[in-house]
Design a protein around this ligand. Sequence first.
Ligand SMILES: *Cc1c(COP(=O)(O)O)cnc(C)c1O
Length: 431
Amino acid sequence: MDFFHYSKGELYCEGMKASRLAGLFGTPLYVYSLKTFVRHFEVVRKAFGDKPHIICFAVKANPNLAILKTAGLLGGGADVVSGGELRLALRAGIRPEKIVYSGVGKTEEEIEFALNSKILFISAESMPELESIARIAKRLKITAPVSIRVNPDIDPRTHPHIATGLKQTKFGLSETESKKAYEFIHFNKRLNPVGISMHIGSQVGYVEPYVDAARKIINLYKYLKRRKLPLKYIDIGGGWAAYFRPEDDIPEPDDYVSAMSGLFTDIETTIIAEPGRAIIGNAGILLMKVIAIKRNGGKNYCIVDAGMNDFVRPVLYNAKHRVESVRGSSGEKVLYDIVGPLCESGDFLARDVRLPKVRKNDCLALFTAGAYGSSMGSNYNSRMRPMEIAVAGEKVMVIRERDTFRDIIRNQKLRDLTAGIVNSVKKNIGL
Ligand SMILES: *Cc1c(COP(=O)(O)O)cnc(C)c1O
């Protein structure tokens, strides 16, 4: 459930009318319901009951500092996949001993930064990476806490771009390779094997793939314990699904956890979960304004002021997000494709949406926009990235300003390129 609702034909985010927010702050506008985020976080926590656990929020789902700070204030940690994300998590006040770091291509600088920051552990994804970690730890005269990301070769039954637990992907090490990796760690005094990790994919709408994968890594965990490795953490990754429509039949956090919990009962370990979208997905919407309506090839196009640079999931994953008018759904319905202003045919937000007849300047809301929305945003077509606000009851906080032209040109340099250089290039190619 979430705290967006219609009352008397008006969409509300908690105590605030969506149309009023759009009027006050302009569009496109990301609106987050803090109550929804906090609720989802607490639901995940409750799912674990007394079992020791750390909820490491997946920063890449939504790296806004205010969102991360909220996760930290709720006692959460962070799952980071780059040095930039690690810096953001630390800046937001998340404690390093609750941060885990995964990713197939960590640079030496990123590894050094993570070790110096004293994070909980690095999830290593290859032998060369383990060797780098050991070498860097030796240079820093420390012991590096590591985990191996095991690729359990499980089909998570999701979009291929976000399936990560199959052996034909770049992620993790196979079970056989993992055993070798742990042996390497065991005999290297610069490496401390504290955990075992998995992350099978995203928007995984079934519990069975988790159970199958967890069974595999728990068997491996037990095998390693018998060989006296001091593992303390089992990291079950993230990927729990967010719903796209209230009636979607997807598991609740409790379902994922209880399906796996039977496997954890007889082992003393702290479970780490890395949910992203399940917590923040439904806590955000994207408000957008209608620029024009046009008919082409027998279709009604509703052109809005948000595009694929603001929200790329529909074209990238074929994600089908709910779009509604902020003035409700009464009146005769017309079929629209909701498209952005960018010069790409992939620039659509939703196709074949039934809405009450839409007019210029109407405001629409795209739901389940809290995860992988703003975080995947870009300035493509030199568009300003949207403002983001967080609502708590009737309190509204701006948590990211809208881009200005200055932001677009901030890192660009013109000074060195003179007319003389262009002329000499021309001469050089004989034109
Ligand atoms: C992306 C990712 C997550 C979070 O995925 P969600 O689908 O947002 O829950 C967790 N762990 C790792 C290692 C990831 O790469």
